[in-house]
Design a protein around this ligand. Structure first.
Ligand SMILES: [Zn+2]
Length: 296
């Protein structure tokens, strides 16, 4: 918008030379990501060369998302579409078909080793930073293919970003090193942290399954309450994008303290505690490590 205004102003000034030099400046690549974590990765790598829109907003639930008419227009105007894959965005196939033409589509999780579950796979692969590096490379490849003139820029940005991801992972290891192995147990409202737990040796239990649509039965809740008591788990958390109701009930029942919101599938807004993928890890890890020290 800003550039167009400039162009019109320059045209109004009737200076052909200025118009052509401004018109030759490369336009930012329009990128559409399905949810905010992927949008942040695309922004970190694309920098000022891209304009990124997220279909699911911050604090939104990508599992149960209902696409809006404006999402069709976003897809139609996109030079690159970034999605997670692994069955996360069940609503995307129909949206892509309805949009007809969409730009190049990149699946950020391509190449990760997925956690197999009965009837599918666990889509939350980004919660392991080692997978985050794979995501960054896939997104950079997509940007480079969609905008070949800036391919070298995207690849170099991705290398810097990968370094920052690896540094964050080292920091997480340091935080977890002070938590005794037998205390590394956490209950969260939905089962989104398996990849993180597998990487850092933490046992996560989810009240809901990997999909927020599945409500647990009364028997499953009773079994969880029993487990929390037997294992002395005091660390109970709710993700920013899920309902706190069941976690509150289990915390009351077991005497565990419900921690502040942690971030699994969506970032916070810019003023919140998890405005980026890497800040999300810092926020969650600090809370998880503190809470696990209180486990019996
Ligand atoms: Zn999820």
């Amino acid at each position: 918008m800003h550039r167009r205004t400039l162009l019109l102003a320059a045209a109004g000034a009737a200076s052909g030379r200025i118009v052509s030099s401004i018109a030759a400046a490369p336009q930012p690549l329009q990128v559409v990501a399905t949810f905010s974590i992927l949008a942040d990765m695309a922004r970190q790598i694309g920098g000022s060369a891209v304009e990124v829109k997220s279909l699911v907003q911050v604090d939104g639930d990508a599992h149960t998302y209902q696409p809006r008419p404006s999402d069709l227009r976003s897809l139609q105007g996109a030079g690159l579409v970034v999605m997670n894959g692994l069955g996360m965005e069940g609503w995307m196939e129909r949206l892509k078909q309805a949009a007809g033409t969409a730009g190049l589509v990149v699946t950020a999780s391509a190449g990760v080793v997925p956690r197999a579950l009965p009837g599918g796979v666990d889509p939350h692969a980004w919660q392991n930073p080692a997978n985050g590096v794979i995501y960054a490379r896939n997104i950079a490849d997509g940007l480079a293919r969609a905008d070949q003139g800036r391919a070298d820029f995207y690849r170099s940005q991705a290398r810097d970003y990968e370094t920052a991801i690896v540094e964050t992972s080292t920091w997480i290891e340091q935080q977890m090193a002070v938590v005794p192995k037998e205390k590394r147990k956490i209950l969260t409202s939905h089962d989104a942290f398996y990849y993180y737990g597998a990487r850092y040796g933490i046992e996560f239990h989810g009240i809901e399954g990997i999909d927020t649509e599945a409500e647990p039965s009364a028997q499953q809740i009773a079994a969880l309450v029993k487990l929390i008591r037997a294992e002395g788990i005091k660390a109970v958390f709710v993700e920013n994008m899920t309902s706190p109701r069941l976690a509150q009930m289990i915390a009351r029942e077991t005497g565990a303290v419900l921690g502040p919101a942690v971030y699994s599938d969506a970032l916070s807004g810019p003023a919140g505690p998890a405005p980026s993928y890497l800040r999300m890890f810092r926020h969650n890890t600090t809370l998880f490590a503190q809470a696990m020290l209180a486990n019996g």
